[in-house]
Write a protein that binds this ligand. Structure first.
Ligand SMILES: Cc1cc2nc3c(=O)[nH]c(=O)nc-3n(C[C@H](O)[C@H](O)[C@H](O)COP(=O)(O)OP(=O)(O)OC[C@H]3O[C@@H](n4cnc5c(N)ncnc54)[C@H](O)[C@@H]3O)c2cc1C
Length: 437
């Protein structure tokens, strides 16, 4: 079979790209191994809510129109929203067909999709950044008597054996799951490494309103000092609920959760934690306050101080000096270890040498290096900091579809850089009232 472009993956990124290709009358198909929004159906735990507010779930040609713009969608609602979006944009989806290999071919690429061999001049990889759990090598040293889980296999506390739970990682996933498991009555310990602490709400506005309004999310990948680091930053300690001001380590400790330092080693069944917890927390507090300073400066410069509650600061993270440095995993105290240590993409089926030594695809703002006609979507800070989130796909797909269009028109002489993003238009007037959004 022959088509001009193949988009692999029908998550929000692949669907948004389909819309952009249709706008440019570029013949294409979207190949999806499951169904639309597969990762929200099959790979997210049921109680998950987006940590971005509903009004921010924007896609090309789609804005949130429900009656709770300041709420946070459950995973099932995200799946329903994307299903509606696929219909809206008329995406030509081949569902239930997995791509097993992608090869370079004369004048394009060969895509092995199920039993079909598809030839295309351009291919867009939209298979997601969070397909597999990123688990450290020390996981192999956990005693076999202990149940181990990842966020992809976790569904609810009911699936856990009785007894204590060690949650490794204190980013959005770690703090959310630790809190939920603690509420089921189990003793919970959280091993906290580097983390991003932010309040859910500041001066009466959701923190994502501030992140967008100040222009932070619009910062381009090629203007960030250390983009590799930015791409690996942990997700902020937030939960999709307006009830909580914080989902930080203080709030976990108030729930009776024990906080320990980063899990460094497991030797002879004994988990050893870093002694640097106080420093790690001080750094997270410092960075939070640095952003709040930026928010206050922006509000003053924008003449909004009279419309907003006054600036204030939050108490620092309270670190218990008696926090243990070791935990004997063989003692029976811990019966489950939950690896909330991040996610990674799965491009193992790619038969084109475009990955670096760490397994990440080399790209320039989503234009894959050394493979003209191949594009990447959905990765953290792909083109701007907003690329990490659903709404970032609007600007990313606009830029990359433009590049792909030029590539098709010019043969192999597409522009080296996909042009300026339009993400600056995401935060111009920075509306204060929900109804203005
Ligand atoms: C726990 C968690 C919470 C998040 N919370 C938020 C949030 O609050 N707000 C926000 O904006 N973002 C959030 N994100 C980030 C982001 O929205 C998701 O990572 C998003 O799912 C990425 O979208 P995507 O379209 O790039 O990939 P995905 O949604 O993962 O879609 C990729 C699709 O490709 C398919 N696929 C994969 N491999 C193949 C193959 N070989 N052949 C065919 N099909 C294939 C998959 O089945 C899937 O449907 C969260 C992510 C996670 C993991």
């Amino acid at each position: 079979m022959q088509t001009t472009a193949v988009v692999i993956g029908a998550g929000h990124a692949g669907l948004a790209m389909s819309r952009r290709l249709t706008e440019r009358a570029i013949d294409h198909i979207v190949v999806e191994r499951g169904e639309v929004a597969n990762s929200w159906r099959a790979q997210r735990w049921p109680s998950l809510r987006l940590l971005t507010p509903n009004w921010q779930t924007r896609l090309p040609g789609h804005a949130y129109t429900g009656d709770d713009p300041d709420g946070y969608m459950a995973a099932a609602d995200v799946a329903a929203t994307l299903t509606g979006y696929a219909r809206l944009v008329g995406a030509p989806i081949r569902a239930g067909v997995a791509v097993h290999s992608l090869r370079a071919a004369p004048r394009g690429f060969q895509v092995q999709a199920g039993d079909d061999l598809i030839h295309a001049r351009a291919v867009v990889l939209a298979t997601g950044a969070c397909t597999l759990p990123a688990i450290p090598a020390i996981a192999g040293a956990v005693p076999s008597s202990i149940t181990t889980l990842t966020p992809l296999s976790y569904r609810s506390p009911a699936q856990l054996p009785g007894g204590g739970v060690l949650v490794v990682g204190a980013s959005a996933t770690g703090v959310q799951l630790a809190s939920e498991i603690r509420r089921s009555g189990r003793p919970v310990t959280v091993a906290a490494g580097e983390h991003v602490r932010l309040p859910r709400c500041y001066r009466g506005r959701d923190i994502f309103w501030w992140l967008e309004a100040t222009g932070l999310l619009a910062e381009r990948y090629d203007q960030i000092d250390d983009v590799t680091r930015a791409r690996h930053l942990p997700s902020p300690q937030l939960t999709g609920t307006p009830a909580a001001t914080f989902s930080d380590l203080n709030s976990l400790a108030a729930q009776g959760i024990r906080i320990v330092g980063r899990l460094g080693r497991i030797t002879g069944g004994v988990a050893q934690f870093s002694g640097g917890l106080a420093n790690t927390c001080a750094l997270a507090d410092l960075k939070m306050n640095r952003f709040l300073n930026r928010a206050d400066q922006w509000a003053t410069a924008s003449g909004l101080d009279d419309d907003l509650p006054p600036p204030h600061r939050f108490p620092p993270t309270d670190v218990d000096p008696r926090s243990p440095m070791e935990l004997d995993l063989a003692s029976g105290e811990i019966t489950t270890v939950l690896w909330a240590t991040g996610f990674r993409p799965d491009h193992s089926w790619l038969d084109i040498p475009v990955s670096d030594r760490t397994g990440h695809i080399r790209h320039d703002g989503g234009v894959v290096t050394g493979a003209p006609g191949l594009y990447l979507l959905g990765m953290p800070v792909l083109r701007t900091r907003a690329s990490t989130y659903i709404h970032g796909a609007a600007a990313d797909t606009e830029a990359l579809a433009g590049h792909l269009h030029a590539f098709l028109g010019n043969g192999r002489r597409a522009p080296a850089e996909p042009g300026r993003c339009r993400s600056s238009s995401l935060h111009p007037a920075a509306p204060l009232r929900t109804e203005q959004r």
